[in-house]
Design a protein around this ligand. Sequence first.
Ligand SMILES: *Cc1c(COP(=O)(O)O)cnc(C)c1O
Length: 372
Amino acid sequence: MDALRPARARIDLTALRHNFGVLKSAADGAKVFPAIKADAYGHGMLACAQALRDLADGFVVATLGEAEVLRKAGITQRIMVLQGFASLAEARLAARLMLEPVIHQAWQVDILERGHTGLPLRVWLKIDTGMHRMGIEPEQVGVLHKRLMASGRLRGAPGFMTHFACADEPDPALTRRQIEVFRRATEGLEGERSLSNSAGLLGGFDAGGDIVRPGIALYGGNPFVYGQAAEHGLRPVMTLTTRLLAVREHPAGAAIGYGATWTCPEAMPVGIAAIGYGDGYPRRIPPGTPVLVNGQRAAIIGRVSMDLITLDLRGVEARPGDEVELWGRALPVDEVAQAIGTISYDLTCAAGAHAAREYLGEAPAVTVPAAG
Ligand SMILES: *Cc1c(COP(=O)(O)O)cnc(C)c1O
């Protein structure tokens, strides 16, 4: 593939399918709907959906636009749409494309009662069990369920879902409370249940439900603020690499890069590699953050620029043209994320959006019908 820029996000579809298998076993018989919103966390929504289409029971996206792209590409699985619809026209589109929008406020039920969706619609009721972001109050569930069932607009009973705020943290108290609130709010009501994200699924909460919605673990990221992804048998899916452009010797006292923020403590080799915040490698990455040069650990020095980073190559054998890995197969993305106090989602979304993506590994043969 031709390259405007040498930074590459290599996406290993074999690893993606392996991780799906890990999550499917953990799901203990529940259906698995991979979360592929935000362009599959930077890994490519369509490529990931196609790589998983013979395994996944459905998919989760944030918007109707994302779901429409999947349908146009011939994805026939169930698709849960987290932001749901905001108008009758959108509800009709969801019905026509057989999507499953999430209802998170009562006014969305009003829309269904007031107008026809054309085809019957399968919906989810999102219950705010403690995250206080989106969702209806647990006390509203009975009334809205009844109104939806009476609306005549639905295909089957509405499903019930919720989202965990703290399942990634060591203290299980809030997650347990959310599970209990959900159980009580939905008790005796007809409809599917869906509770767990990656951390909810792998955290041993026994949340149950008919459908689980893992995202980050599928891409090989650690869903927890502690431990490592590899402990769960997960493999990294994205490997971000570039090339070393130059190796230069600088004397003690030489200041490196914008702002002259880093000074060579001794005469030393400094590497310059072709990646920067223009490729989604964040500017806020601090000195000391690891990278791999030919598989050897080196550290970032100075500031990350738009197209370049500078590396401490003391003790590292390196020549221009050598491969530099920023994260991935040999350097967990979580380690880099921790260096800037963020989570791997943040890094893969940014790099996936900016760096050229390449796909490796096995995926099932697919036929993509013409868009229309
Ligand atoms: C993004 C998202 C998920 C997936 O979460 P991960 O932490 O990536 O596993 C599941 N459910 C909802 C509602 C989400 O927004």
